[in-house]
Write a protein that binds this ligand. Structure first.
Ligand code: ACO
Length: 328
């Protein structure tokens, strides 16, 4: 198999900030509750005319620029999203057109918050067996369009944004080598976290729009428990498979859903807090985009450097979970 490396990253968040104080005016909540239970201070909300594909395109352009790769060189585009612009065509096809990647094949995948690392694993397989040379993976979400803004138990959690990475092979593994990656799912727990309406099971009608069926519904407490155990298990088996020790990991970049989940996972992995990247206070949970944005921000902030090992780990609806170890 050919070695695969991440050679560039990029991310984008919309300008508009929705603070906890703003939410206090919309639902019965408080800054204190949100901070104590989640760690979130504010989130970004895309403008009405700014679609998922627009945010995906901005992150993709930044990732290509950081990799020094032109759009024509890209032969695979994968977009991970649960908020596509349209059911069809795929958001990846819009991005392909926006950036002019005319030599690429483009498709979407749906794995909720685990989506970015599902895309990474898919690209690693394509490149590893010689089916693609340069892949652009993107995670982008406009969750503000699927949030019930009258449900305080979910509306305080989510935000909009996008992140991307460019992957490539070469004869030498080089910088950014993907050491190992893991994905998993458990469909028996599909009802813990879902958007019940808007699909073929419950097509959009005036009645169910009124009942807000096309918005995120979550059993938060149970989801919390599964998030901690699955991220811990995925990361532990990955660490073993990659042949590395926890103390060799320079930085853990976890899914950004809840600070308490992140702390519980880090504790179980025996990784101290100063080696765990957190940016959810600024963006909330941006589903698939969360790990991608965090990875890009950590790189740009110099939280890891050449030769350092970074562990990415995520969890989401499905249930799904995923992790990847990268030697930068
Ligand atoms: N403001 C004030 N009170 C609230 C709010 C709010 N925004 N939301 C809920 N409450 C109340 C509840 O009504 C409840 O009140 P009660 O005790 O009188 O019934 C109380 O606060 C406690 O509610 P819980 O749901 O038990 O609170 P919990 O500590 O579990 O925190 C949370 C809720 C933040 C949602 C947490 O469960 C969580 O983070 N879950 C996991 C989220 C996650 O990881 N999702 C996966 C990825 S997302 C994806 O895939 C798209």
């Amino acid at each position: 198999r050919l070695p695969v490396a991440v050679i560039g990253t990029g991310s984008y968040v919309p300008e508009r900030r929705l603070t906890n104080a703003d939410l206090e005016k919309m639902v019965e909540t408080s800054n204190e509750w949100i901070v104590e239970r989640t760690g979130i201070l504010e989130r970004r909300i895309a403008a009405e005319n700014e679609h998922t594909s627009h945010m995906a395109t901005r992150a993709a352009e930044r990732a290509l620029e950081s990799a020094g790769v032109s759009p024509e060189e890209v032969d695979l585009i994968i977009v991970a999203t649960i908020t596509p612009d349209t059911f069809t065509p795929s958001t990846a096809c819009y991005v392909q057109n926006n950036i002019g990647a005319k030599n690429a094949v483009a498709f979407d995948i749906s794995a909720a918050c685990s989506g970015f690392l599902f895309a990474l694993k898919t690209a690693v397989q394509y490149i590893g067996c010689g089916q693609a040379r340069t892949a652009l993976i993107i995670a982008a979400e406009k969750l503000s369009t699927v949030v019930n803004w009258e449900d305080r138990s979910t509306c305080v959690l989510f935000g909009d944004g996008s992140g991307a990475a460019v992957l490539r092979t070469g004869d030498q593994p080089g910088d950014g080598a993907v050491l190992a990656s893991d994905i998993g799912s458990d469909g028996s727990l599909h009802d813990l976290l879902r958007i019940p309406g808007g699909g073929s099971a419950c097509p959009t009608t005036t009645e169910n729009v009124h009942e807000r069926l096309a918005t995120l519904a979550m059993r938060g407490n149970e989801t919390f428990r599964h998030a901690v155990s699955h991220m811990k298990e995925s990361a532990t088996s990955l660490i073993e498979r990659a042949g590395i020790q926890p103390e060799e990991i320079k930085l853990v970049v976890p899914h950004q859903a809840n600070l308490r989940i992140i702390n519980a996972v880090a504790q179980r992995l025996t990784i101290p807090a100063d080696r765990v990247f957190v940016n959810l206070q600024k963006y909330g949970n941006t589903s698939a985009a969360a790990v991608a944005i965090a990875f890009d921000e950590a790189r740009r902030e110099g939280r890891f450097g050449k030769g350092d090992i970074v562990l990415l780990v995520a969890f989401g609806a499905g249930l799904t979970w995923s992790s990847a170890a990268i030697r930068w």
